[in-house]
Design a protein around this ligand. Structure first.
Ligand SMILES: CC(C)(COP(=O)(O)OP(=O)(O)OC[C@H]1O[C@@H](n2cnc3c(N)ncnc32)[C@H](O)[C@@H]1OP(=O)(O)O)[C@@H](O)C(=O)NCCC(=O)NCCS
Length: 171
């Protein structure tokens, strides 16, 4: 069975906690912007619903949807969709951001997650999306270019102190 990219629901807690183990020792935001070990799963779900609906947004956040890539019953990665850009996201971040756990990389899963995310973005009414990545993140820009991403420019990111690429994909 292939990857299914979808929102989490109440019955995914076990899969979510198992999936988190793949990211131990790495920056937690690659897996979740909300959850950290010990955090309540149901509380996270509530916040994800709010983020999706644009309710109670934290400062500087726009409405966004977190989607997880399921391979059978395992979570292999995540993809977040920002419903529109703000000044920060226009600089870096763009409309979508994604990550695949180490042991699942190099098998086309990020490509498949982005393919499904484009359909999600079209359903949101977006006509084109910005996607950014580090200049040296070859796996990421290869995914973007597979979907026709046009390089707008490369800019220096002061926050992470690295050169980033900014692409646009027409939907
Ligand atoms: C970037 C990332 C999502 C790619 O996930 P993935 O599932 O390995 O990607 P895919 O298997 O779909 O591969 C995409 C392309 O990159 C290539 N690729 C994969 N790993 C690579 C690597 N380490 N170096 C160079 N190219 C690589 C693949 O060959 C493929 O290109 P091809 O079809 O022309 O062969 C994953 O490496 C990751 O999660 N990294 C950490 C988080 C991150 O950087 N996210 C992106 C932020 S913009």
């Amino acid at each position: 069975m292939g990857i299914i990219l979808r929102k989490l629901n109440a019955s995914d807690e076990q899969a979510f906690l198992e999936g988190a183990k793949e990211w131990e020792g790495e920056s937690p935001h690659w897996y979740s912007f909300i959850w950290t070990p010990g955090y309540s799963y149901s509380e996270m779900l509530k916040q994800l619903e709010d983020d999706d609906a644009g309710k109670n947004l934290r400062p500087g956040r726009v409405p966004h949807t977190m989607l997880y890539g399921f391979l059978d019953d395992k979570i292999i990665g995540r993809l977040s969709v920002r419903h529109h850009l703000n000044e920060n996201l226009r600089k870096r971040g763009g409309h979508i951001g994604y990550a695949v756990a180490k042991k699942y990389r190099g098998q086309g899963y990020a490509t498949e997650m982005v393919r499904q995310a484009l359909t999600f973005c079209r359903a949101l009414g977006l006509e084109s999306i910005m996607v950014t990545c580090a200049d040296d993140n070859e796996a990421s820009w290869k995914v973007i270019e597979k979907f026709g991403g046009k390089l707008e420019d490369k800019v220096w990111d002061d926050e992470d102190e690295e050169m980033i690429r900014r692409y646009w994909i027409t939907l």
